[in-house]
Design a binder for this molecule. Structure first.
Ligand code: SF4
Length: 432
């Protein structure tokens, strides 16, 4: 039996694609082994969202070939999709697949094994591409499974390579999503995370379909206790979605809304589809209806042309909107995107300072959000493994609070109600 090892870089969508490819290879009789062990085939599911993502993808590929020089090494996903020629130049690579055609991974592997030299299966993105149906039945995590419901993006933010790497918007059919959720529920999964490259656009390429319709349908699946949305644009949160979060006890009180900048000038240069006031209004509307909601966000610091005043605007907006968690990215040039050629690139020292300043603010805001729930009773979905540092059980609340729980192994993977306390900055859930 041939052994296959995977390495996945990048986002949740990539994780999903890896699990789907694993399933196909397993069904075809391959054995999935750990990436650190010797395998006959290595598949590196790459990322190219930053220049570092691409360089790490190359590094891991070389490492795989060093581990077993006889192995077939495949590079798949976003990086080969945008830079197939460069990938094909790598002596370590035997098989190259883009973001299209991963449902044929078994066939591609077989063809590459028969070939005398490296083979390239990267296909051009077409406007009429449809969603490539590759499903999973299990996930590395045993309690929470991410499923991909949408692919591609038509927004073309000026810093982002994704529309070039993943092509135009495609939505998965409602029936296929529901069938996958049912399979996962039968497999014991209690939380489903709906992921996509541009989630809020789900259904826009279909007749009479949108994200709310899909959520309503899967809320009815027996056994699923929670549905969480991955990142969604603030402009795409409908009143209906807010109402659904307010009313449903299964749809998590958590939205990740990328702000990126608190300066209208920078938002425009980024080609983001909103201004600061529109974003602010949306957050306030959501909080008015769901006061306990966790709103998390992304910010890019040091985008070309970001002045001290622009950064101060961002700082003030973050402070005002009290995000419960913030991912801060220092802008890095991605060749092939318009922003890479913009003038007034910001020096790395300034980016670092801005990032640190925002991180300090973000820590205070996270802590203040956490404080609001001390003393409350709340459900925690415990994970299958204990926290590596404390040895305690660990899990998330629906509003994205990480909680440690002192309990026995029979609670692993279970949804439990706890009373929240705080100890040395950590949230502790007491089982009573
Ligand atoms: S919305 Fe913008 S940042 Fe997000 S995937 Fe599309 S182009 Fe990239």
């Amino acid at each position: 039996m041939k052994r296959v090892a995977f390495y996945t870089l990048g986002c949740k969508v990539n994780q999903y694609d890896t699990e789907a490819m694993m399933k196909q290879l397993e069904e075809a009789g391959y054995e999935i082994v750990d990436f650190e062990s010797e395998a006959d085939i290595y598949v590196i599911n790459t990322c190219t969202v930053t220049q570092q993502g691409a360089s790490k993808s190359r590094k891991i590929t070389r490492r795989a070939k060093r581990r077993n020089p006889q192995a077939l090494v495949a590079m798949v996903g976003c990086y080969p999709q945008v830079d197939a020629d460069k990938v094909m130049e790598m002596a370590e690579v035997d098989l190259v697949v883009g973001t299209k055609g991963r449902s044929k991974i078994v066939e591609f592997v077989k063809q590459a094994m028969r070939a005398k030299g490296p083979v390239n299966f990267v296909q051009e993105m077409e406007e009429d591409d449809s969603f490539e149906e590759i499903a999973i039945e299990e996930s590395k995590e045993r309690t929470r499974a991410s499923i991909k419901i949408q692919e591609g993006c038509d927004q073309f933010c000026s810093y982002c390579i994704i529309p070039y790497a993943r092509g135009s918007l495609r939505s998965r059919s409602l029936e296929d999503v529901k069938a996958e959720v049912m399979r996962l529920a039968e497999g014991g999964f209690e939380e489903i995370v709906l992921t996509g490259i541009h989630l809020g656009q789900y259904g826009k390429d279909k007749e009479d379909l949108d994200l709310v319709k899909l959520i309503k349908r899967i809320l009815t699946v027996e056994g699923i206790k929670r549905i969480r949305l991955s990142s969604i644009e603030g402009t795409e949160v409908s009143d209906e979605l807010i109402d659904l979060i307010a009313e449903s006890d299964k749809l998590c009180r958590h939205l990740h809304l990328p702000l990126q900048s608190g300066s209208d000038k920078i938002l425009e240069a980024m080609n983001r589809p909103y201004n600061v006031q529109e974003f602010r209004d949306m957050v306030n509307k959501i909080k008015a209806k769901v006061p306990e909601i966790a709103i998390t966000s992304d910010v890019i610091v040091g985008f070309p042309g970001e002045s001290d005043e622009d950064f101060d605007d961002t700082y003030q907006v973050v402070k005002e909107l009290e995000f419960s968690d913030l991912h801060i990215f220092k802008y890095s040039k991605r060749q092939g995107t318009p922003a890479a050629d913009f003038e007034n690139q910001v020096h790395s020292i300034i980016k670092k300072k801005r990032s640190e300043k925002l991180r300090e603010l973000s820590e205070k805001l996270s802590s203040a959000y956490q404080q609001r729930f001390i003393g409350e009773r709340i459900d925690v979905l415990l994970e299958e493994v204990r926290d590596s540092q404390t040895g305690m059980l660990t899990g998330l609340t629906d509003n994205y609070l990480r909680v440690l729980v002192d309990g026995s192994d029979d609670l692993l993977g279970k949804l439990v109600e706890v009373k929240l306390m705080e100890k040395e900055g950590e949230l502790i859930g007491c089982l009573e």
